[in-house]
Design a binder for this molecule. Sequence first.
Ligand SMILES: [Zn+2]
Ligand SMILES: [Zn+2]
Length: 263
Amino acid sequence: MDLSFLERDYTIPGEFLYLFVVFSVIIFMRYVIMSGLYQKLIYNKLARMIPRRIISPKYPDSQQKREIIWSGISSILFGVIGVLMIMAWQKGYTAIYTEWSEFPLWYIPLSFIGALFVHETYYYWMHRWLHHPNIYRLIHKVHHDSISTSVWTSFSFHPIESILQAIIIPVIVLIVPMHLSVLIVLLMIMTISAIVNHAGVEVYPASWRKNPIMQWFIGSTHHDLHHRRFTKNYGLYFTFWDVWMKTESGEFDDRFKKATTSQ
Ligand SMILES: [Zn+2]
Ligand SMILES: [Zn+2]
């Protein structure tokens, strides 16, 4: 991997600006390209072939525009956090490593699963806090203005929420040693799962609800119910906190069955 970008001095304003623009553009374009492809290749295709898979009815064009604008602002903030993370890495504050031999190989999956668990736990409890009436009105309402969600809802957050969501990643890598590749995979999973869970189309097979591992994964039907019912299904990647805290919607199984099983 080319790490020459680590040689540059980002305390110089011009250098900071350069990397910030590069990161923000990449993050925004990744959102646009991946969301657009998912909409075209998965949503539109299933809408034609298996209409019961569509769980979010059509949403107004104005919603899409609003979501893309908020997502653009989120991308800018994610870009700033990205540059600050690189600067912290340069100064040796992070536990990011690049040599595979630095830690035993078994540590790679452990650090990956551990980071997902920490992220899930942080997100679940932060999300519960975001639903406190005062905080909700001030911050989280922006995301919930989309009752029927779409791929474009995936980065549509109030700027404070975007920062709160993204900040956990630098915090994790300040403390937990993590190979750069694991970090990149985590960042990709964040984007992909946000798109899958907001796309308004259930893509999981019916059998996943009975699978001992896959039943813990959040999908579109699960998160769609959060946008419709507000006080259920707070999880990000996994359902376990909702199950443990009894915040999982009682409608979930029925809706999932309806979307995935032919009558
Ligand atoms: Zn959402
Ligand atoms: Zn919410």
